[in-house]
Ligand binder design. Sequence first.
Ligand code: SF4
Ligand code: SF4
Length: 447
Amino acid sequence: MTLAAAGPEGAGAAADPGQLARHPAKNPGAPRPLYCIWEITLRCDLGCKHCGSRAGKARTSELTTAECFDLARQLADVGVREVVLIGGEAYLRDDWHLIAGEITRLGMICGMATGARSLTAERISQATDAGMRSISISLDGLEASHDAQRGVKGSWRAAVDACSRVAASPIRLTTNSQVNRISLPELPALADLLVEVGSRAWQVQLSVAMGRAADRPDLLLQPYELLELFPLLVWIQQEKLRPKGILLFPGNNVGYFGPYEHELRYGGEDGAHWGGCPAGQWAMGVEADGQIKGCPSLPTSVYGGGSVRETRLAEIIANAPELRVIRERTIADLWGFCRTCYYADTCMGGCTWTAHSLLGRAGNNPYCIHRATELEAQGLRERIVKVEAAPGLPFDHGRYELALEPLPPPGETPSVGGVPLNRLMALGPKSGGAWTKAELDERLRPR
Ligand code: SF4
Ligand code: SF4
């Protein structure tokens, strides 16, 4: 899970996205952590092709129950209001519900983001008893493409069934989805499915070139495909979700401004707009061994601010250079297109995680609709090209370069993500999906 979503698994998991819309303005030098994504184990029961943390096995030295309780106390003391538990798969820790209960007891809102392969009725009952307020379940497409991306046959069925169970419980059901070259054409049918299962909010985030996703360039959207994604999201919101009272939230890495900002960002709240990466400012992340980052998705080697086993949380948040570097970023730190952008002083180059994972350095982010629209007006588009493989470690990344090229002439048949529009509109929640098995295998082949 990621914060754009919530966590390195890469899903959008804000427990209460509306609350995030009301975050305080950026105020360099005055961190005020309100929102924490806490990976309590790296153990996982899925094998997602887009997993940024390459989760599977637990970390060698994960925090004990007593250490988790102490950290929960420290989170409350520094003013955190909401904690979202992630993994790996959070519920694979025997004490996950005890940690959730302690967070609630200390007066913070507790949520969980999950792939839900084994989110049984008993676990939902444990979450309810712990006072958990929301559960965000990841659904990355229709059955075949979800299972292919998640690496386990039957994981879509399990997640859909878990959605229905959570919707029938006192806990608020939200959902989150990866947007990539597999899921893009299935988003309208997926929206219909979310209405069926009773999701109250849906967060979409772009798959990012980190961890296992860094190994699969063909899975990642090209920046110019945002020109198709945004109108599609607005259409889904207006036609399918808003009439049913379901909120759609683009994650922090679906960037930024442009003609769709007011309609999509923060549920259309008046005057709300993207205010820059909140990592280390009002957002923070915890790794299962106590490492603190400004955002759980960031590469640990560069943005890990130290462990609560050695340093008090308040001290790390206030002083660790790895957290300060993001909240104290200035225009002088931007580069490429972002350095020259009209919105630069507010945006500061968008999502740190996306830019750093892709280009090896923050401050220049091609996954931006304003940027794609500006380039389109000049007859240009940007394409990412993989030039260096990732080493194969948790939260690692390779390196991509940007190619600026002329826009090709429009195709005769309108399409989204390579699928003709009429075929895409005919897809429904019970359809096989947009792709044949051979196409899926080819797109998800390790490279
Ligand atoms: S071009 Fe860069 S600075 Fe400008 S809005 Fe997009 S991400 Fe932000
Ligand atoms: S790096 Fe910043 S913008 Fe990106 S997901 Fe994390 S907190 Fe959000």
